[in-house]
Design a protein around this ligand. Structure first.
Ligand SMILES: Cc1ncc(COP(=O)(O)O)c(C=O)c1O
Length: 380
């Protein structure tokens, strides 16, 4: 199957055996009857597995070109499950520009439990090797990064991870499987905040993992069941429904994203614009190589470069909503320094470019003229 067909049919070969419903039923049940102890139809208790969640997990695996999918109650719950693969003393090398909540989970929870993290700028993947030692177990990559849109060469990092027998995990939230498939580029784990483009309608919080290796999948399924951070059947249904239109939504997000990025670049009150489609964006050639489009996420600073100027713009927006999160059909604007990335210490955050005047846009799929008009009036 090709990608667009997979979003609709991937992993969904079992038509509902009860009544032949075309869409997967929402199995809103915790438990399943058994004819004799152990005599069940593959489902015993919904923390371990639920048919609606299984349908979603199969879809997730299919679109990422992986074998095994796992769905969790949030993106952070999915990352939490990955980190539970490790033991005190193990070391992880992570990109230094990443979602603030991932950084908080790494430093405020897992560092306290004995894991050691190195935060490294990965624009030049060669830097990573300097931090590898006998305790290193995993490289954590986010690309494009949130919110600076830095691009990391997944294939080059995977060569390093394979050479040193490390796991490579990629947070694919911004690009989605529509634009980039990390497992095909050599990653071992692909992670999503499914809350974003996969759900696509800003109505579900969810996370996912997809892997190819059976042993790794078994370990992660064990953690998913043992720790229990699963998502419910209704939410599974909603994300499965979201995935069925992922390709057409992403296509429009990319088209609108490009128009808005170019509009901002030419606006006299705008400072820097971060969008991987610009030829002068760092690692643009790598973005071109590993992504089939540049997405709908854009960050920019004001020329004035002050907190006040950024706050004024986000307060004035009318079609864009000032809100956390991204990846929904509607356009959102965020102020990373005070919102999504407030949990990163100011010195760390400014080092990576998350200055007080930075505004992050999640460009939705409305008419691009309306979005541009809105930005025009807000910029003044
Ligand atoms: C890139 C990225 N990774 C992970 C997460 C965490 O996902 P969730 O909010 O679903 O827990 C987010 C949330 O914004 C994100 O943007």
């Amino acid at each position: 199957m090709k990608f667009n067909t997979k979003t609709i049919h991937g992993g969904q070969h079992n038509v509902d055996p009860a009544y032949g419903s075309v869409m997967p039923p929402i199995y809103q049940t915790t438990t399943y009857s058994q004819t004799t102890p152990g005599g069940h139809k593959g489902f015993e208790y919904s923390r371990s597995a639920n048919p609606t969640r299984t349908a979603l997990e199969n879809s997730l695996a299919s679109i990422e070109n992986g074998k095994f999918g796992l769905a969790f109650g949030s993106g952070l719950a999915a990352i939490d499950a990955v980190l539970k693969l490790f033991k005190p003393g193990d070391e992880i090398i992570s990109t230094n520009d990443l979602y603030g909540g991932s950084y908080r989970l790494f430093t405020k929870i897992f560092e306290g439990l004995g894991l050691k993290f190195h935060f490294v700028g990965m624009k030049d993947s060669g830097k990573i090797e300097e931090f590898i030692n006998d305790n290193t177990k995993m490289i954590w990559v986010e690309t494009p990064t949130n919110p600076m849109m830095n691009i990391i060469d997944i294939e080059a990092v995977s060569k390093i991870s394979k050479k040193h027998k490390l796991l490579l995990a990629v947070d694919n939230t911004f690009a989605t499987a529509y634009l980039q498939r990390p497992l095909d580029l050599g990653a071992d784990i692909v992670m999503h905040s499914a809350t974003k483009y996969l759900g696509g309608h800003s109505d579900v919080v969810m996370g996912s993992l997809v892997v190819n290796d059976q042993e790794l999948a078994d370990k992660l399924y064990f953690i998913q069941n043992a720790s229990g951070a699963i998502c419910g059947p209704m939410d599974s249904f909603l994300v499965l429904r979201g995935i069925k239109t992922l390709h057409i939504r992403m296509q429009r997000h990319c088209e609108n994203g490009e128009k808005i990025a170019r509009f901002l670049k030419n606006h006299p009150k705008v400072g820097k614009v971060y969008w991987p489609g610009f030829e002068d964006h760092p690692n643009h050639d790598i973005a071109k190589k590993q992504m089939s489009g540049f997405g709908g996420m854009i960050s920019f600073t004001t020329l004035e470069n002050t907190l006040e100027s950024a706050v004024k713009i986000v307060e004035n927006l009318k079609v864009f909503t000032l809100a956390e999160s991204l990846g929904g059909v509607e356009s959102l604007a965020g102020h990373p320094a005070s919102m999504t990335h407030a949990s990163i210490p100011v010195e760390e955050r400014e080092k990576t470019g998350v200055v007080d005047s930075l505004i992050r846009l999640s460009v939705g799929i409305e008419d691009d003229e309306d979005l541009i008009e809105d930005l025009k009036q807000a910029l003044g």
